[in-house]
Design a protein around this ligand. Sequence first.
Ligand code: PLP
Length: 392
Amino acid sequence: MPPQPRRIYLDNAATSWPKPPAVVERVHRYLAENGAPAGRGAYREALEVESAVRSVRSSVARLIGADQPESLVFTANGTDSLNLALHGILREGDHVVTTAAEHNSVLRPLMFERQMRNVQFDVVPCDGDGWVDPNAVAAAIQPETRLIAVTHASNVTGVVQPLAEIGRIAQEHDILLLVDAAQTLGHIEVDVRQPVVDLLAGSAHKGLLGILGLGILYVRPGLESQLAPWRQGGTGTQSDQIRQPAEMPHRYESGNLNVPAILGLGAAIEFLQDSGLPKQPCPADDRRLAQRLVEGLRAIQGVRVIGHRSNRTFVPVVSITLPGWRPADAAAVLDAQFGIQVRAGFHCAPLIHGPLATREEAGTLRFSFGPFNTPDDVEVTLDALSQMVSQA
Ligand SMILES: Cc1ncc(COP(=O)(O)O)c(C=O)c1O
């Protein structure tokens, strides 16, 4: 049997790996030594957990510039946060402006709302970088528009959207702004005050380096009166009442919280902050690695790098098409022969592939970096892709 190649994980936009050792330790310690639910019992371990969860909620709030920790709701993942935001805020007859760069976790709930509650939405196009022109967002606004739903960075091209301008447009028209920060949290600074964001959804397990099974939703203070609690049940508070509590964050946190993942997220945020992140435009190393990959790819005959023009900001996500290869076949060979793990296809973002002209090829081959990748990972990848192009 030939030796297994070293595992090179370049699928951090799906979920980051490896996790900082402190995250693994914190999760392990909780499971081995505590194991109590949060916000329910009055015994020592339960109280310890409650206080630890409160402290992680505060860290997440500080990270995104939220004044009140209670504005942060823990959910099951980024998709769950977006479902809560969209189904909770939209009403019969509302109109939504969204973009061609969105993930299906925005588009599918909107389709459901269109079918079930006659909510209408318009999709603003993007350019070949996946970038959305704020003027096009403004032009799509109608008298019934109640919400602009926009991804902060594309999970296909990595381009960061002009959020400040889009936020200004939302404010000028008195329209709510929902931001999908799944691909930016932990990579670039996210601040719900600049621009004013009404709802911000994110995952704990991508750039924030937490574990799977946890998402966050920021709800601007006061907006809870308009945001219906999409899921109801036990909250550990007001247990003598059958009415769902109105208080934040319990209003939206029915059922036991994913305590291991929340505590892990606390350790992950400490790790990010000890590394000085995400104050820089991107974790310095991630961005350098993505840039080196882009440069190297441009030197390989026939490879098409999607977007990554120098005048735009990107999170460390790079999509390409490889001459002579279907993305799924290329990904399979990269894994089997070179130990390089990437993502192939449409990346749950069906509408972006028109503007990127990647529909015919069945999507793209996507490389996404995390803080544990190395320059050697990039060189091995470039070498593998050169070999594959010459074999095609
Ligand atoms: C832009 C974007 N939004 C939302 C999601 C959904 O996040 P989760 O996997 O935590 O449900 C993803 C996941 O890839 C994403 O890339």
